[in-house]
Design a protein. Structure first.
Length: 123
């Protein structure tokens, strides 16, 4: 019995992906929503950077079922453009729904999107 338990515990440890993230605060937008990126998820290939972005809606943010989202974002640091490849809309830490790729956008210089790019492109 003890051997079965040890085997099951070892299997669970190997099969469970690491969920730890290293969220770095970026700032807040005009609605009070908090923006953070996962430092451990940042990957660069030339001027292209991919990373996870977490947004927790502020008191004046979007009203609805979600209280924020986690997006897998691709950014081009050379032209300051970005697009979310996937987005998980969250409620109390659980995924409500996932959306696919979004259109490419350019970050206006004084926006929170520009602050996000400033942080990840500097890495």
């Amino acid at each position: 019995m003890r051997m079965k338990f040890m085997f099951a515990a070892a299997l669970a440890a190997v099969a469970t992906p690491a969920l730890a993230s290293n969220w770095i605060y970026i700032g807040k937008n005009t609605y009070g929503s908090v923006y953070e990126y996962d430092n451990d998820s940042v990957s660069r290939n030339g001027t292209i950077v991919t990373f996870k972005l977490r947004v927790r809606y502020g008191p004046d943010g979007p009203k609805g079922e979600a209280d924020g989202y986690v997006a897998f974002r691709r950014a081009d640091c050379s032209d300051r453009s970005y697009s979310d490849l996937t987005t998980d809309y969250m409620k109390n830490g659980s995924v409500l729904r996932t959306s696919g790729a979004e259109e490419k956008r350019t970050a206006p210089p004084t926006s929170i999107a520009a602050e996000v790019l400033n942080k990840v492109c500097a890495r």
